[in-house]
Design a binder for this molecule. Structure first.
Ligand SMILES: Nc1ncnc2c1ncn2[C@@H]1O[C@H](COP(=O)(O)OP(=O)(O)O)[C@@H](O)[C@H]1O
Ligand SMILES: [Mg+2]
Length: 106
């Protein structure tokens, strides 16, 4: 159940790549004011979960909301209120940092 102090809500989130089930019923909430460590071994599905929450990947099944809004259909609205700092980012090695910022600003 989603209550007012629930920021992030996942209920039986599933993601399949072809026949491969990367996420099987991921279910948890993160409440306002909580610092939440999302840990697990390589291949556990952490990045897939986060890409789904960011609206980059479309989930196969289940429910996922941030601020009570759907992470897929309401992703533009959600992105006005969230920030994401990736630990493993691969940009374009032939561009400078300034050129990449200019590209994103476009
Ligand atoms: N785009 C994709 N296509 C197919 N399989 C994928 C894709 N992305 C991730 N996977 C698979 O899903 C599983 C979870 O991966 P991932 O979310 O990257 O795990 P983690 O970030 O926890 O290491 C892995 O078995 C990975 O190989
Ligand atoms: Mg990862």
């Amino acid at each position: 159940m989603t209550t007012n102090n629930v920021v992030l809500h996942l209920d039986h989130l599933q993601k399949t790549f072809g026949k491969f089930k990367a996420l099987k019923n991921v279910t948890f909430d993160v409440n306002q004011g909580e610092v939440f460590g999302f840990i697990g071994p390589n291949g556990a599905g952490k990045s897939t979960t986060i890409r789904t929450l960011l609206g980059i990947l479309k989930r196969t099944a289940g429910e996922a909301t941030i601020f009570g809004e759907d992470v897929w259909t309401d992703r533009v609205s959600i992105h006005k209120r969230i920030a994401y700092v990736p630990g493993d980012v691969y940009l374009w090695p032939n561009l400078t940092g300034g050129e990449i910022i200019d590209l994103f600003l476009k």
